[in-house]
Design a protein around this ligand. Structure first.
Ligand code: ZN
Length: 240
């Protein structure tokens, strides 16, 4: 089985559709979504319905949580809060109920998925370095765990010690554990504007981190046309 593992879509429908087309062209038969379906960009409802229609595993990201609650947004910066208020208005009650029902951590076919980290999934801690990865590995029982949240693809491996590998195509060894950040579909921050996700092949035991071009111009026009902060459109071109 080939799995597409993708997250941090952030209402970028053009990027999501490009990733799903790429996954389809590579024989993917199963989907794992790492959360943050909504937030920032212009198509929250369409992205939600597209992800829901895949019938794969889906977990909750922090933006999904903010979008289905009604509390104030004092913990967000102005740009993020403006985008989140707009996002809330685009989703109906049934869509918000579905977002609310999503779990923070899930297992599927022996693969663990979480948005932020396994040690603090509910407080959305960031895994930014080896020490953060060590904390998460303490709670990882499976060989493979995929996550997102930082919007930067990174691969941590635990064998006798814990290290980071820089490869975008690597083999899964049964004696190791892997904690893999698949980057972001809809708002990459690794300096590459293209949509980022991973394919895991359970037969060959290989993981590939893929970057996919999408219709950036249409996406940017939509963001500006619906009155979201212009910066949200500009940052997409920079991949940050
Ligand atoms: Zn995110």
């Amino acid at each position: 089985m080939r799995y597409a593992i993708f997250g941090d879509i952030h209402s970028n429908l053009e990027a999501l559709e490009a990733v799903l087309a790429d996954a389809d062209a590579h024989g993917v038969g199963s989907y794992l979504c790492l959360g943050d379906i909504v937030g920032y960009n212009a198509d929250p409802a369409a992205c939600l319905e597209t992800v829901r229609g895949l019938n794969g595993a889906v977990i909750k990201g922090n933006h999904d949580e903010y979008a289905c609650e009604s509390d104030d947004l004092t913990n967000m910066n102005d740009v993020a809060a403006a985008g989140m208020r707009w996002t809330r208005d685009q989703l109906n009650d049934e869509q918000k109920t579905w977002l609310r029902s999503l779990l923070l951590v899930k297992q599927m076919d022996g693969i663990t998925v979480v948005h932020s980290s396994l040690d603090q999934p509910a407080t959305w801690s960031y895994v930014l370095n080896r020490y953060d990865a060590i904390a998460s590995f303490n709670f990882q029982v499976s060989n493979l765990c995929f996550h997102g949240h930082t919007h930067v693809p990174r691969v941590f491996v635990k064998n006798e010690q814990i290290q980071e590998i820089g490869d975008s195509h690597f083999s899964i060894l049964p004696e190791n554990q892997y904690f893999i950040n698949v980057g972001s579909v809809g708002q990459p921050r690794d300096g590459d504007w293209r949509a980022c996700y991973a394919i895991y092949d359970s037969e060959s035991q290989e993981v590939v981190i893929r970057h996919v071009e999408y219709d950036l111009i249409t996406c940017q026009h939509k963001i500006i046309a619906c009155g979201l902060p212009r910066y949200l459109a500009e940052r997409l071109a920079l991949g940050k």
